[in-house]
Design a binder for this molecule. Structure first.
Ligand code: TXA
Ligand code: MG
Length: 337
């Protein structure tokens, strides 16, 4: 068994030294400006502490993955102030309406189809056409969302593989100065992560049990399918993997490019000859590369080409998560009939 530590990524350089403040209105206002400026702010919700970034800012979301040391780009929960804000990001279908009525604000996360017009980081939803949304009930989370005026992507505020934090101390110990500000709002009242229900498929499915009574949810949804939490796992045999994958063949570690290929480049030395070229980061910056990854995959997939060639990405820091995603994207195309 590999220890979580061996999977952890090196810590990124912080924007500034971590600070911890009691969640007063002034501290919350500062947290909101940091979020709008692309910073990372840990804040209490009723379930666990979240590590928040502007959900519309790919670069801030890339920093968030680096701070957590997640070796994979799992999709994140997007926190919004209210149902109206959610309706600007996702399609709220009839079952979602009934659940929202009963459980929001609160520890219920709904996976719903993403609106194509949503001003939203593709990295935050790992390139998927669904988004996990939740309206937290905690007054500090609510005040932060109101002051920031944007949806906030927030996974639990711990290093990957560590326990979810329910106090500001836990956050400080786990993430230290990888965070720009920790808003201390005391202990989280629920102490368990939100229940995640996927309403984007043909049948409602439970992706993660959490702080809500399932029987209560099932009075609205009917019996829930139970599926693995891993969003990369197919919902049922025979279904396509639920992670984003372009429809075109992907060739990894490319050192050349053909005239019928789109080239996703990295760094300064880019082979000539592709039908089109996009560069993840000309300067070789892995945070920038992560921020561009899904947008460039979508662009390459939409181009009139036969395949996509991707140059090698260094297997360090965020590069590991980028390579993980590229390998799975390359595999799922060949799995298709
Ligand atoms: O209580 C909570 O939910 C906390 C607080 C901060 O809100 N957040 C949290 O986030 O636990 P995180 O990133 O640790 O867990 C998000 C869960 C993961 O299991 C992820 O796979 C799933 O939600 N998820 C997010 N977006 C998804 C999507 N589009 N499709 C399927 N699953 C998704
Ligand atoms: Mg977590």
């Amino acid at each position: 068994m590999s220890s979580p530590k061996s999977d952890a990524l090196p810590r990124p350089a912080p924007l500034s030294a971590a600070r911890r403040m009691d969640a007063t209105p002034a501290a919350i206002a500062e947290g909101a400006s940091l979020i709008r400026a692309g910073g990372l702010v840990a804040f209490p919700t009723e379930t666990v502490y979240g590590l928040g970034a502007d959900a519309g800012n790919d670069r801030a979301v890339a920093r968030l993955f680096a701070a957590k040391g997640r070796p994979r780009f799992n999709p994140l929960i997007v926190h919004v102030a209210d149902r109206a804000a959610a309706a600007r990001l996702v399609e709220i279908n009839a079952i979602a309406c009934a659940l929202v009525e009963k459980f929001w604000p609160g520890p219920l996360t709904l996976v719903l189809p993403r609106l194509p017009t949503a001003p939203f980081s593709l990295l935050a939803c790992a390139g998927l056409d669904t988004v996990a949304v939740r309206v937290p009930a905690h007054p500090v989370a609510q005040a932060l969302l109101a002051a920031a005026g944007c949806p906030i992507a927030a996974p639990s505020a711990n290093r990957s593989g560590a326990l979810s934090p329910t106090t500001a101390d836990h956050v400080a110990r786990s993430l230290g100065d990888a965070v720009d500000l920790i808003l201390d709002g005391g202990a989280c009242p629920v102490g368990l992560e939100s229940t995640v229900v996927d309403l984007s498929g043909t049948r409602p499915a439970l992706l993660r049990p959490g702080g809500l009574d399932l029987a209560e949810i099932e009075t609205i949804t009917g019996a829930l399918d139970s599926v693995a939490e891993d969003p990369a796992a197919p919902r049922s045999p025979g279904q396509l993997a639920r992670h984003y994958a372009p429809g075109k063949p992907i060739r990894l570690d490319a050192t050349t490019a053909a005239a019928d290929e789109a080239l996703i480049a990295f760094g300064q030395e880019v082979p000539a000859g592709a039908a089109m070229t996009v560069n993840l980061s000309a300067s070789g910056d892995l945070t920038e590369a992560a921020a561009n990854l899904f947008a460039h995959l979508h662009t390459a997939d939409a181009a009139p080409v036969a395949g996509i060639a991707v140059m090698a990405i260094p297997e360090r820091g965020l590069g590991r998560a980028i390579n993980d995603r590229l390998r799975r994207a390359a595999e799922s195309v060949t799995e298709r009939p």
